[in-house]
Design a protein. Structure first.
Length: 158
């Protein structure tokens, strides 16, 4: 429970709700009609672009992480500080990719349930990153501190 109880007991269930809604929409969109958002077609089409961008960023981030990828906020004994690929500009491009993919699903499905559960998941991920960065500071010390100064958490620094 390295994330802390708030995130540990909420992020996974909220993520499961989001995916359950997404799967329901994909299997039978009329099941999710109760949460329909009246978005213009052009806005919904932006969801396709967000999905492509999110998928590409996710692939790049995962390839850059390599063996450092974990499903919780822990560091392994042989963990290294990745500062290449998209990690050259931001500390959490994986989460940026998740945000783009959630945005994509919300826009394409035009669905308020996906919007609410996706926004809740992203808020919990934002909280999780604080704990993750505490652990990375403890593990890498001044090297991570310097990395934090050079890079933005979710958006590149100017």
């Amino acid at each position: 429970m390295h994330e802390g109880p708030l995130v540990y007991f909420t992020l996974r269930p909220v993520g499961a709700l989001f995916f359950a809604g997404l799967i329901a929409y994909l299997v039978n969109p009329s099941v999710m009609r109760w949460a329909f958002l009246p978005l213009p077609g052009k806005v919904r089409a932006l969801g396709v672009a967000a999905g492509i961008g999110g998928g590409l960023l996710m692939t790049w981030a995962l390839r850059s992480l390599g063996r450092n990828l974990t499903d919780t906020v822990v560091t392994r004994e042989n963990h290294t500080l990745v500062q290449t690929g998209p990690y050259r500009w931001v500390r959490h491009p994986f989460y940026d990719a998740v945000a783009l993919l959630i945005l994509s699903a919300v826009l394409i499905a035009s669905n308020a349930f996906l919007l609410l559960t996706g926004a809740a998941a992203l808020a919990l991920i934002w909280i999780r990153t604080k704990r993750e960065e505490e652990l990375l500071l403890a593990r890498f010390g001044n090297q991570y501190r310097a990395y934090m100064i050079r890079t933005g958490r979710f958006l590149p620094k100017r």
